[in-house]
Design a protein around this ligand. Structure first.
Ligand code: CP
Ligand code: NVA
Length: 303
């Protein structure tokens, strides 16, 4: 059974091939010519947290490829509450052809996948966001032609988005620099995972954001408090105040460097309005590419 939980079992070649497929699907979509390759297939989306991009891009992708989808919110899912995750997974995976899960705990996605009789896709957990990394590398491929040797400077929290981007970077041969305040960088467990799974990349941490962006092709940031960390918002605002992506920081990055953000963004916190709306920002190209990358993923897992 093929799943898409954390990118660990994917090679750099797999990722590059999937992105090439995504580019073809994107071109066909622009010509109104996506083939109904997923006709008769049903995708179930079970979300414990809110979503715009992940939910709608997956549902639209299924519709455009001839399949259907159904959305189950936490209120209806009651994952682990109304019945155990194992029982839920064994039942629903007989009705649908694949499941996208968005959960608080990454362990929920892993447990679900152990019991499911169909492919399971991680649509964001507290630890990883691999679908975001696919859309982001599709964007990097479009802009730079190749991800190999490129440098991504991630300024902000060493969170789910950062971990998946770092892992994908390691596999496709990109350099990843994390600039997070003390206590918000990558933990040792993740660094061990990265070392085991990265073949061609390079990972480093740089406390000073102004140093971190000097060689960047991409300056990336994400919210300072992720979903599930609402109680830490004020404290995090203080910890991260010197880690804002603003015009002064972007000035230090090479002139060709782009600004990326997974969205949703908090203007005035992790990024200023001028950078977000500026001509180096590719955030909506990224958002659009979520759908094309996920079409390729669905094709990979279901066809
Ligand atoms: N970037 C992203 O995953 O957005 P949503 O939370 O809206 O799905
Ligand atoms: N790190 C953010 C990403 C949202 C797409 C979160 O988990 O809330």
């Amino acid at each position: 059974m093929k799943h898409f939980l954390d990118l660990l079992d994917w090679t750099g070649e797999d990722i590059v091939q999937l992105l090439k497929n995504a580019l073809k699907l994107k071109k066909a979509h622009a010509r109104g010519k996506n083939k109904p390759i997923l006709q008769g297939k049903v995708l179930g989306l079970i979300f414990e947290k809110p979503s715009l991009r992940t939910r709608v891009s997956f549902q639209a992708a299924m519709a455009q490829l001839g399949g259907t989808s159904l959305f189950i919110s936490q209120a209806d899912a009651g994952l682990g509450k109304r019945e155990s995750i194992a029982d839920y997974a064994r039942a629903i995976s007989q009705y649908v052809d694949a499941v996208v899960l968005r959960t608080f705990q990454h362990a929920t996605v892993e447990q679900f996948a152990r019991f499911a009789a169909c492919p399971v896709i991680n649509g964001l957990s507290d630890y990883y966001h691999p679908c975001q990394a696919l859309g982001d590398f599709l964007t990097i491929l479009e802009i730079f032609g190749d991800a190999k040797g490129k440098t991504i400077a991630f300024v902000g929290d060493g969170n789910n988005v950062a971990r998946s981007l770092a892992l994908a970077s390691g596999k496709v041969g990109a350099r990843f620099v994390l600039s997070a305040p003390k206590g918000f960088g990558f933990d040792q467990a993740f660094l061990d995972v990265y070392q085991q799974s990265a073949v061609n990349g390079h990972l480093s941490e740089q406390l000073d954001p102004f140093q971190a962006v000097l060689d960047a092709d991409v300056v990336y940031t994400d919210v300072w408090a992720s979903m599930g960390q609402e109680g830490e918002v004020d404290e995090r605002r203080k910890s991260f105040e010197h880690y804002q992506v603003n015009a002064d920081l972007m000035k230090l990055a090479p002139a060709h460097a782009k600004f990326m953000h997974c969205l949703p963004a908090h203007r005035g916190e992790e990024v200023t309005e001028d950078v977000f709306e500026g001509d180096r920002s590719v955030v909506f190209q990224q958002a659009g590419n979520r759908m094309h990358a996920q079409k390729a993923l669905l094709q990979w897992l279901l066809e």
